[in-house]
Design a protein around this ligand. Structure first.
Ligand SMILES: [Zn+2]
Length: 268
């Protein structure tokens, strides 16, 4: 059972790129807070979406060069880095000391280092389908533990993205097998919030669920044992919820950061 965010954190912040923040809406008072009944969507950059979907386009030609080119690219990259900074690789070889842990989606269009301008050694990364954080997932939890206890990261960013195929599959009930199992928490989240989401214009529901999923996974993360221990010990550790737009390459801070146990609304 996934713990819920406190009431104030269960709201969804919608942003109109031209007008800035539209404030938060709560699933229980959605229409009143948005004043959107019968109105055009305020999320102008999302409202033209004809709901997509990206998870299994197997017949399309693949993007990317031949495999041999990857190795050639690598040699060029390593040489260029060495040229810029002769000590770069030897320093990295001796230690990694990243300030950040990134928990994001496996989606090929959301590469953590590239979109944040971070170099090798500056961000520890965990990615999976739909940036899921589960307390019983040894993969994610061991990454979190290592990042906190060994690397002593100061910030953990849970980053989702709009048009997330995993979130879409949860919404449509279209996944099967292990994927369906993996995203079952998002399916439950959608079931819980469906009534509220249905009050939004249809074109906005998908991306609103992508934002809700970030908040949901952030709440899960806050319950992780390594984080509870770090906060109990007075460690300086902040958790953040961000979302990325594939359409314009921009990250948005959902402003739901948690800096201590009290921020979760639950007693230490
Ligand atoms: Zn995704």
């Amino acid at each position: 059972m996934v713990p819920e965010l406190p009431a104030r954190d269960r709201s969804i912040k919608l942003t109109n790129p031209e007008q800035g923040s539209l404030g938060h809406w709560n699933s229980r008072a959605l229409l009143d807070m948005l004043g959107m009944r019968g109105a055009a969507s305020p999320i102008t950059h999302l409202s033209n979406n004809t709901v997509p979907i990206p998870m299994s386009e197997t017949s399309a030609p693949k993007d990317g060069p031949d495999l041999s080119t990857l190795l050639e690219n690598n040699r060029k990259w390593a040489a260029a880095e060495q040229e810029k900074d002769a000590g770069f690789f030897s320093r990295l070889a001796n230690q990694q000391k990243p300030k950040y842990l990134w928990i994001g989606c496996s989606d090929s269009r959301v590469p953590a280092n590239q979109i944040t301008g971070l170099a090798p050694g500056e961000v520890f990364v965990h990615r999976n389908v739909a940036n899921v954080v589960q307390l019983n997932d040894p993969n994610c939890q061991s990454v979190v533990q290592f990042a906190i206890e060994a690397l002593e990261v100061e910030h953990i960013i849970v980053c989702g993205h709009y048009k997330c195929g995993g979130v879409h599959a949860a919404m449509q009930g279209s996944a099967s097998g292990t994927v369906a199992q993996w995203i079952s928490g998002i399916s439950s989240l959608y079931a819980d919030e469906k009534e509220a989401l249905n009050q939004l214009p249809e074109a906005d529901r998908f991306n609103a669920l992508c934002e809700l999923n970030v908040r949901h996974q952030l709440a899960n993360l806050a319950q992780s044992a390594p984080i509870q221990h770090a906060w109990a010990a007075g460690r300086d550790l902040s958790l953040h919820g961000w979302i990325y737009s594939i359409e314009d390459g921009l990250l948005k801070d959902l402003e739901v950061s948690l800096h201590r146990q009290e921020d979760t609304g639950q007693a230490p």
